[in-house]
Structures are given as structure tokens and as C-alpha cells.
Design a protein around this ligand. Structure first.
Ligand SMILES: [Zn+2]
Ligand SMILES: [Zn+2]
Length: 204
């Protein structure tokens, strides 16, 4: 066993020990989620009206219960992906004392512009922004949700994990974190997924 080196400190994106300012993998994953958003934004348009998907790839299993996918609509709307990215860009600009975010045009153009801005500032965000972890968690969530809508994949499986106090929490693999209902311990994304799985209750 190697003792934790004195110069190791928690990674700002996952809180696990790290020998540098941030885990390269954590930063790369965040950058990947950011970089994927402009294309996902466009692809979500197809997810809006699943019934329109004619011809190729029609499996018959992907039937749309409603004519318009409201989750896809929310993500594409003003305030969806665009709103989340815009508020993070505004936040970074305000901390750095920079000019206000310029008007870039359509919602799609705003998404493209915000992603370019945030990727450029990513090295600063991950090491200096006080809410780098929330930024990373939020990006994981919206990129994950958009990918699932685009691919028609089922939402992430829920697992039940056990807190050392005996309380249990139902979480998904992309959860930003959870609070134990019994002892109120707040767990982050990584910690909650490191908890042991709760004993499955046997159906009577
Ligand atoms: Zn990390
Ligand atoms: Zn607990």
C-alpha cells in the first residue's frame, strides 16, 4: 500500500485524491460532454417527433406514446441546454470581471458560442471555479439525458446503495449525488456510487 503522498489533494471534479490540480480523465470527460452538446442539440430535433423517423432503423419497438417528446423539447428550448450553458458562461465572466456575454443569435448559435467559450476556459474553471464540481455534474447530466433521447436508450438503471448507518438510497449512474434519508449524510456522485449495494429485498 502506498501512503497518500503529502502533495495529493482532492480532485475538484470528483473529490478523490489526486497528485495534480485535477484528474486528467475527469477534465477530459467534462470536455467531452461539453464538446458533444452542439451536435446533440441538432440531433434532438429528430428526437422531438419520433413518429417522423420513417424508413431505416424502424424497429417497431420505438413507439412514441405522445406526438412530441417533451424532454427533447425542454432541452432544445430557450432555457434548456442553452440556458444552462449561458448561465455558466455568465458566471465565469462575472467572476473574472469580463464583459457581458454577447448576443450570438439563435438558441443553436448560443449553444455553439457558449460551448466554445466554456471549453476555452475549462482549464481555469476546473482549477479555480468554486463550483467546478457542480459544473461537471450538471454537464454530465444534460449530456447524458440528451444522448439517451437521441439514441432512444432507456434511462440509466437505478441501483440501491447502503449508507454505513443502514439507510438506503436509490440512485442512477449519472446522479450528481444523494442524501441519506436516515442520517442526512450528503454524498457526491463518486462517493455515493462507491457505497455497497443494498441487500435486495426478496419478493414474497
Ligand atoms: Zn477526478
Ligand atoms: Zn446514513
Amino acid at each position: 500500500m502506498i501512503e497518500a503522498a503529502p502533495q495529493s489533494w482532492p480532485c475538484p471534479l470528483c473529490d478523490r485524491p489526486c497528485n495534480g490540480p485535477v484528474h486528467e480523465g475527469c477534465q477530459a470527460k467534462l470536455d467531452e460532454n461539453l464538446a458533444a452538446l452542439p451536435a446533440l442539440y441538432v440531433e434532438l430535433e429528430d428526437a422531438l417527433y419520433p413518429g417522423r423517423r420513417g424508413g431505416e432503423g424502424r424497429t417497431g419497438t420505438r413507439t412514441a406514446p405522445i406526438p412530441c417528446n417533451l424532454d427533447a423539447l425542454d432541452l432544445r428550448a430557450h432555457g434548456g441546454i442553452e440556458g444552462i450553458l449561458g448561465s455558466w458562461e455568465d458566471d465565469v465572466r462575472s467572476i473574472l470581471g469580463w464583459d457581458l456575454r454577447p448576443f450570438r443569435g439563435s438558441t443553436q448559435q448560443t449553444v455553439i458560442g457558449c460551448v466554445a467559450f466554456l471549453r476555452l476556459q475549462l482549464p481555469w474553471i476546473v482549477t479555480e471555479h468554486p463550483a467546478a464540481r457542480e459544473f461537471s455534474d450538471e454537464l454530465r447530466q444534460i449530456a447524458g439525458q440528451a444522448r439517451r433521447l437521441v439514441t432512444g436508450e432507456a434511462p440509466p438503471r437505478r441501483v440501491t446503495v447502503a449508507c454505513p448507518c443502514g439507510g438506503t438510497m436509490r440512485v442512477t449512474l449519472d446522479t450528481p449525488g444523494a442524501r441519506c434519508p436516515s442520517c442526512s449524510t450528503q454524498y457526491g456522485h463518486t462517493e455515493v456510487l462507491q457505497l455497497p449495494a443494498a441487500e435486495r429485498r426478496v419478493a414474497a
